[in-house]
Design a protein around this ligand. Structure first.
Ligand code: FAD
Length: 393
């Protein structure tokens, strides 16, 4: 399996079929040749160039040709390794892809009625319909479950929903057709979800400027003022926050896989650097203290990868537990933070320039650490499950 993933010491990728490996090696090559060359410049400028968006949308991933030809289904384990590979190239790229293929697609397939899912999914796979996930608000991040303040009121006269409020941090909103907007029904107080067109009257978006992390990915602040959408725009399967949580369980696994891929990207970039860099007349890779750091990084990666393979196989059997996804997101992000710190350290001064790649991973890891539930919130989900006592408030 060394050729599947160079740093997969224990051979977790052996669980993949030949066709799945072929999908991943095509992906890796496409990332290397079509995507990666655009990344550092875009990061430096804090821009999301259209060529990069098109290159990411052009990756044959949601319905890959190699699997179709082999007559194999798309298994969750491949989706996991796909997220790994994307973030191994770059966390922005993984996040951009996942806004459509993870967050938005999950909201529509898990949150839509069977008819809605059947209608929307083929369009999402081909990017005929693009969308993002609008849950977080300016005043409600961690406490969004109870605090969500965006409102949706049904207008009997016009048979439309009227949405008012604001969303914040919505990744990719300014380049997407619709925002899956979570709003509280003023009649029953429950959280519902509406596919709101980006260009609907009453929607205004501004890009959050001056980010020091995930600089390529554009995050929007969105205001909704008397925005009207028909009942057909409401995802019928989301009728309370418990339904949102069903989506989050799956999305947290996707992000955890990205945290592992980013560990691999940072570790491999650091390994390359220490082999090439010479001090005291020899490669610094030959020093004991450097090797200890490499071993810690590889240990983090191996433990995180094993955790994700096992969790994914469990979820593929239909076993979904909030605490299992929360623990995975919490743990892999924590290990990512340690790994990018060590990777940056072994690159010395050059580790803070974009040329060694680790500086980008180091900065972007901070976004992963906070989005899809912060470290603390995921820890509290686990804590509630193991003690039986909710400690959020
Ligand atoms: P806050 O909730 O204000 O938390 C601040 C700090 O307080 C954190 O450390 C938190 O852990 C801690 N804290 C809060 N409550 C407790 C408690 N009870 N006990 C202990 N500590 C606590 N959202 C979307 O809906 N869609 C997106 O596409 C999206 N993309 C994002 C992309 C980026 C780059 C970022 C940074 C965020 C994105 N988010 C998105 C939002 C993200 O999910 C939130 O940032 C996250 O949930 C945390 O909310 P907050 O930033 O408001 O922090």
């Amino acid at each position: 399996t060394g050729t599947v993933i160079p740093s997969d010491l224990y051979g977790f990728a052996e669980r993949l079929t030949e066709a799945e490996r072929s999908v991943l090696s095509t992906l890796r090559e496409d990332l290397r040749t079509k995507v990666y060359p655009r990344v550092n410049d875009a990061w430096d400028r804090a821009e999301l160039p259209d060529e990069l968006v098109q290159a990411v949308r052009g990756l044959d991933l949601m319905d890959p040709r190699q699997l179709r030809e082999a007559g194999e289904p798309i298994r969750d384990i491949l989706t996991g390794f796909r997220n790994f590979e994307l973030a191994r190239c770059d966390i922005n790229v993984g996040t951009l892809y996942n806004a459509q293929a993870g967050l938005f697609r999950t909201a529509c397939t898990l949150g839509g009625s069977p008819e809605q899912a059947a209608e929307l999914d083929p369009k999402i796979v081909t990017y005929e319909l693009t969308g993002v996930f609008g849950l977080t608000e300016p005043d409600h991040g961690s406490d969004v479950a109870g605090g969500l303040a965006t409102s949706a009121t049904y207008d009997d006269a016009t048979q439309e929903w009227v949405i008012n409020g604001a969303k914040r941090w919505i990744g990719g909103a300014t380049i997407s057709d619709v925002v899956a907007t979570f709003a509280r029904d003023t009649a029953d107080g429950q959280v519902k979800c509406f596919l709101v067109p980006r260009e609907a009257e009453g929607v205004t978006m501004t890009i959050i400027p001056n980010k020091a992390s995930l600089r390529i990915m554009q995050n929007a602040h969105i205001d909704y003022r008397d925005v009207r959408v028909p009942e057909s725009a409401r995802l019928q399967g989301i009728n309370s926050f418990a339904d949102v949580a069903r989506c989050l369980r799956s999305m947290r696994s996707d992000v955890a896989w990205m945290a592992v891929g980013a560990q691999a990207g940072a570790y491999e970039a650091a390994l390359k650097y220490v082999r090439e860099r010479e001090q005291f007349g020899r490669p610094i890779a030959g020093f004991q203290l450097i090797q200890e750091k490499l071993a810690v990084m590889l240990g983090n990666l191996t433990a995180s990868l094993g955790m994700m393979v096992q969790l994914t196989e469990q979820q593929a059997q239909g076993i979904f537990k909030d605490e299992n996804s929360a623990l995975a997101k919490m743990y892999t992000s924590l290990r990512l933070r340690e790994t990018v710190g060590l990777a940056r350290e072994v690159c010395g001064g050059n580790g803070i320039t974009l040329e060694t790649d680790v500086a980008r991973f180091h900065a972007d890891a901070e976004a992963i650490y906070s989005y899809e539930g912060t470290h603390e919130i995921n820890a509290l989900i686990v804590g509630r499950a193991i003690t039986g006592i909710g400690a959020f408030v």
